[in-house]
Write a protein of this length. Structure first.
Length: 165
């Protein structure tokens, strides 16, 4: 999926000039639904493909859980620590212990800001299949839905889940 982030891809400034438009979105939604057809519904890839088709169809509202909200960190080769690829750097672990950076009050406030403003429309696949599998109810709902969509892709829009808060 085409996505833009400065922390990981250093390409945020390209979003306005090369971002998807309706024609590309229609093509990509069908492309992802075709990938669901090819994969086992038990595959983490099928989960990701179906989610991307969902996001294109629902105006880019995220419907899958993100483990980075509570269980992950990103560390770049220079020692900069991030809550996720869309957060600001928390600091550098070469000069400050990771635990101190993670729990610093202003960084925790920043994480809540990211959860409220960035997460609802985030396109990052960052271990979402792992995050989903750790949450039984969302994953069971996905399996039932993926089975339906795999056998009848035309029903995709009828099965769209409610976006995550």
């Amino acid at each position: 999926m085409l996505r833009f982030t400065d922390a990981m891809l250093n390409n945020k400034e390209l979003q306005e000039t090369i971002g998807f438009h309706e024609r590309e979105e229609d093509f990509m939604r069908k492309f992802f639904l075709d990938r669901v057809q090819e994969e086992s519904v038990l595959s983490g890839q099928a989960f990701l493909y179906l989610h991307y088709a969902d996001m294109i169809a629902n105006g880019y509202q995220r419907t899958m859980p993100c483990p980075f909200q509570t269980q992950g960190l990103l560390l770049n080769p220079y020692g900069d620590l991030y809550y996720c690829e869309n957060s600001q750097p928390l600091g550098n672990v070469l000069t400050t212990p990771a635990e101190e950076l993670y729990f610093k009050a202003e960084n925790l406030a920043h994480r809540e800001h990211v959860k409220d403003t960035v997460c609802p429309t985030c396109l990052s696949p960052c271990q979402v299949n792992v995050g989903a599998m750790k949450q039984f109810v969302p994953y069971a709902k996905f399996l039932a839905r993926a089975y339906q969509v795999k056998h009848d892709p035309a029903r995709h829009l009828q099965t769209l889940p409610t976006p995550q808060p």
